[in-house]
Design a protein around this ligand. Structure first.
Ligand code: SF4
Length: 476
């Protein structure tokens, strides 16, 4: 596999912040989602207790990850589900293409799956002569537009209904412009129903995989997930290796945290338990004849191996950290240039892409802490970001992520080294402060990117020591 291309985060951000309509659209959408979530957690103590339970379940699962994955495989196979392991996105794509080819299908209808975005499955299928059709309405919209999702839960949240109306009129045969949301949904539904009838292969993600029973859990609101997993002859599920939990009883607390945090719903419209293919001998008339699960690593075992970064894998992909992030709310998902944007993306992407490609991303946070406070499974996102920043600068002990040290900039390193040298020599430092305060008029008005949107930094007229002395205090 080729090394991932560097992400041009700063250039992307400049483009987005110059688009006031897009910024207003994101701001409005994030405010809406935050308000909906807040209604679901009216009692701070109850929320905290539930978060603690969610955190414990995820930490317990990760502490037993290798064992649970083995148990999951054993029970899935016992249930008739075929299990495939993929270390890289290429391997995962190849596995899925092979399954599709064996099934004799030239169309895969997909339910929502961020992991399939992560492995760029649609491109791989297309290159193998197999069409991929997104059936989640948001994913269908971004696929029609030739774009990528801008949010992990609401892929088309960056689009206004007028933009969607124009898109449907341009791209869906026989459709006239309408900006009625109900009519747009009906149009999408009509197109997709036809495809569900015709396809042999459905693909979905997995929200939670239960090791003790070999069950795959899938939440959704549109019913398309249920169609993808039951109508076609072959169902392929794909997920990251971290999504496993030990016991069935651990599912309800995680689900309630997930749906409330993600969309502000006490429960989603559909909850699918997938526990095997159709049992024809048992007289079952519905369901796929084959069910496959592809378990993807793609850097996750590296995160698992580093105790400082393992908490990254606790994520249940609710998107709440994105909705509450002041950076994401201003720039939206596309600016990050990664499958997973926002705070969760800044801590996950370095594992998937290496630190060289994602060096800018780990700086894409004000460290205000909002993400960590709303995370339903208490992932300490700001702490993880600091860890990643240290690795990016090469200031961390092993184990290190690929690309560690690549974020280091020569001028920055020299400046910090000089400052450390000066600061550890009190007499010289005082002399420097005195000179800086007296010569402040010579400070340049242009100071690189800092002065793009801020006033130039100038030393104060008097140093702190002088000010304290003049008040009769001691600078210590
Ligand atoms: S990091 Fe936490 S808040 Fe963000 S998507 Fe994952 S579970 Fe949700």
């Amino acid at each position: 596999m080729n090394a991932p291309a560097p992400i041009h985060f700063h250039a992307n951000v400049r483009r987005v912040v110059a688009n006031p309509a897009l910024r207003a659209s994101f701001r409005g959408a994030m405010d809406f989602l935050m308000a909906k979530r807040a209604v679901q957690f009216p009692d701070a103590d109850a929320f905290e207790a539930l978060r603690t339970q969610g955190e414990q379940i995820r930490q317990h699962s990760l502490s037993r990850l290798p064992d649970l994955l083995e148990l999951l495989e054993t029970n899935l196979v016992r249930n008739g589900i075929q299990v495939h392991w993929a270390e890289t996105p290429d391997e995962a794509c190849r596995l899925i293409i092979d399954i599709a080819a064996r099934a004799g299908g030239n169309l895969v209808v997909k339910g929502k799956s961020m992991v399939s975005e992560e492995i760029e499955l649609n491109h791989a299928l297309e290159a193998a002569g197999i069409a991929a059709l997104e059936s989640d309405m948001g994913e269908y919209i971004v696929q029609l537009a030739g774009e990528k999702p801008s949010h992990i839960i609401m892929p088309a949240i960056h689009k206004t209904k007028e933009e969607i109306a124009r898109l449907f009129a341009d791209k869906v045969p026989g459709v006239d412009y309408t900006d009625s949301v109900d009519e747009l949904i009906q149009i999408g539904r009509r197109v997709l129903r036809e495809k569900f009838r015709d396809t042999k292969i459905g693909l979905s993600g997995v929200n939670i995989a239960v090791a003790e029973t070999g069950t795959l859990c899938l939440v959704e609101n549109e019913g398309n997930g249920r169609m993808c997993t039951t109508v076609p002859d072959v169902h392929i599920a794909i997920t990251g290796i971290e999504k496993v939990v030990d016991k069935l009883e651990q599912v309800p607390p995680l689900l309630t945290l997930l749906t409330r945090s993600a969309t502000g719903q006490a429960a989603t419209t559909y909850f699918n338990w997938i526990s095997g293919p159709r049992r024809e001998g048992g007289g079952e008339l519905d369901g796929p004849r084959e069910v496959h699960l592809v378990l993807l690593d793609n850097g996750r075992s590296g995160a698992y191996a580093d105790a400082r970064l393992r908490a990254t894998l606790q994520c249940i992909r609710c998107g709440a950290c994105m909705n509450h992030c002041p950076v994401y709310a201003r720039i939206g998902g596309h600016a990050y240039g990664t499958t997973y944007p926002g705070p969760i993306g800044t801590i996950v992407s370095p594992h998937l892409l290496g630190l060289e490609a994602s060096a800018d991303l780990v700086t894409a946070s004000s460290l205000c802490g909002a993400c960590g406070e709303v995370c339903p499974v208490k992932i300490p996102i700001p702490d993880l970001l600091l860890q990643l920043r240290q690795q990016s600068q090469g200031h961390s002990a092993a184990p290190l992520l690929p690309g560690a040290g690549s974020g280091r900039k020569t001028l920055q390193s020299i400046s910090y080294a000089l400052f450390a040298w000066l600061y550890s020599r009190p007499s010289l430092y005082r002399l420097f402060s005195l000179a800086a305060t007296r010569l402040r008029g010579l400070t340049p008005s242009w100071q690189g990117p800092w002065t793009h949107s801020r006033a130039a930094l100038r030393p104060a007229a008097r140093s702190l020591h002088e000010r304290m002395k003049s008040r009769g205090g001691s600078p210590g």
